[in-house]
Write a protein that binds this ligand. Structure first.
Ligand SMILES: NC(=O)C1=CN([C@@H]2O[C@H](COP(=O)(O)OP(=O)(O)OC[C@H]3O[C@@H](n4cnc5c(N)ncnc54)[C@H](OP(=O)(O)O)[C@@H]3O)[C@@H](O)[C@H]2O)C=CC1
Ligand SMILES: CC[C@H]1OC(C)=C(O)C1=O
Length: 331
């Protein structure tokens, strides 16, 4: 992949305004529903950048459960209008910059979560396309040591993991239990807690076949959720990071004064839920940990899925058993 990445950059580097087409290939749905509403169209308008945006030639994208939930109409009240080109996570090369853009230029290799608010007016034209337009404030330069496919799997998940740790005021010396440690967010929450925030102890739940993976990411204690119930744990934690929707059980295993942050599902006090905000500054803050190898992207080995197989990629993601990130590459 890294060789192709270099050729991808080289190929895109020659792209100039003159060579940017007006139409592109993109995955689109015009109605809410299952994966059957996804269509690969060939004549979708290439987004026109606003002053504060850059146009990215997409090299790789990644899927998130929110893409599926949005397509199912679960957030239609605050969604942008149909038809939708889905996709939050992108890695690619800048081919055009808006007049107010200061920190990026044509040829920059970048990555981002393209929608500042995941549920409130997310981008109508997202990353599952040949081009996408992204606000400068959401972007960061791609870490040098990972390829575009690996980078594409980071933005929304790592921003969510970091925001959950910040919102629970997680800090060095504290203990944390991550529920769903093998998923896209959990696999990064383990690493950030351990290798960035200095956790004294990281526990994580996963199924039998994924226990070794979560240990390799930094979990001191791997709990097999197919054999143990977390509410039976005698150990209590400073923070529980619920990435599966078990807040009612999570609140039973925190210390006095401990915190529970939930990503999905009903919330039981003192637990709370948040929706991730995209922010290039978070990616920039974490880039050194990625470039040092302390924090590694986890890409599901069933992928990367080629652009033509995006519907299959969603079907796999929606089994709720993907490991790490479902990546789409090449595009
Ligand atoms: N609020 C927000 O801003 C955000 C919310 N989310 C939400 O958080 C959740 C997790 O997202 P993400 O990490 O991308 O999801 P994933 O699709 O990556 O999660 C898949 C993983 O879930 C694991 N899993 C399934 N059931 C359980 C269980 N009972 N206990 C522990 N692990 C389990 C699977 O492991 P196995 O195969 O071993 O069962 C699999 O590895 C989703 O509901 C998503 O919508 C995500 C990002 C942002
Ligand atoms: C309300 C949580 C919702 O927001 C995101 C980004 C998800 O994945 C969700 O389930």
């Amino acid at each position: 992949i890294s060789a192709s990445s270099q050729s991808a950059s080289a190929a895109v580097n020659v792209a100039t305004n003159a060579s940017i087409p007006s139409e592109m290939k993109a995955w689109v749905y015009s109605e809410y529903g299952g994966v059957d509403v996804l269509k690969l169209e060939r004549n979708i308008a290439v987004p026109v950048v606003t002053d504060d945006q850059v146009l990215i030639k997409v090299v790789a994208a990644a899927l998130n459960p929110v893409d599926a939930k949005r397509r199912q109409g679960k957030f239609k009240a605050t969604d942008s209008p149909l038809p939708t080109v889905p996709g939050y996570d992108v890695a690619g090369v800048v081919v055009k910059v808006g007049s107010a853009v200061k920190d990026f230029k044509e040829g920059d290799e970048v990555y981002a979560n393209v929608s500042e608010k995941a549920l409130e007016g997310p981008k109508q034209s997202g990353s599952l396309a040949e081009y996408t337009a992204v606000e400068e404030k959401l972007l960061a330069l791609k870490p040098k040591n990972i390829d575009f496919a690996q980078a594409a799997g980071l933005p929304l998940a790592i921003e969510t993991a970091d925001e959950g740790l910040v919102r629970t005021e997680f800090s060095a010396g504290k203990s944390i239990l991550v529920l769903n440690g093998a998923g896209g967010v959990g696999s990064l929450a383990i690493q950030l807690a351990k290798h960035v925030y200095g956790a004294s102890k990281v526990a994580a739940t996963a199924s039998t076949g994924k226990l070794e993976l979560v240990r390799s990411l930094g979990a001191d204690l791997a709990i097999d959720y197919t054999k143990e119930n977390i509410e039976d744990l005698t150990e209590k934690f400073d923070v529980v990071f619920d990435a599966i929707g078990m807040c009612d059980k999570a609140v039973k295993v925190i210390k006095e004064g401990g915190k529970v942050v939930a990503l999905t599902g009903a919330v039981t006090p003192p637990g709370f839920r948040f929706v991730v905000t995209s922010n290039g500054e978070v990616l920039k803050k974490l880039n050194p940990y990625i470039e040092s190898g302390k924090v590694k992207p986890v890409v599901d080995p069933k992928g990367p899925f080629p652009f033509s197989r995006v519907a299959d990629a969603f079907s796999y993601l929606e089994t709720n058993h993907a490991t790490g990130k479902v990546v789409v590459y090449p595009i």
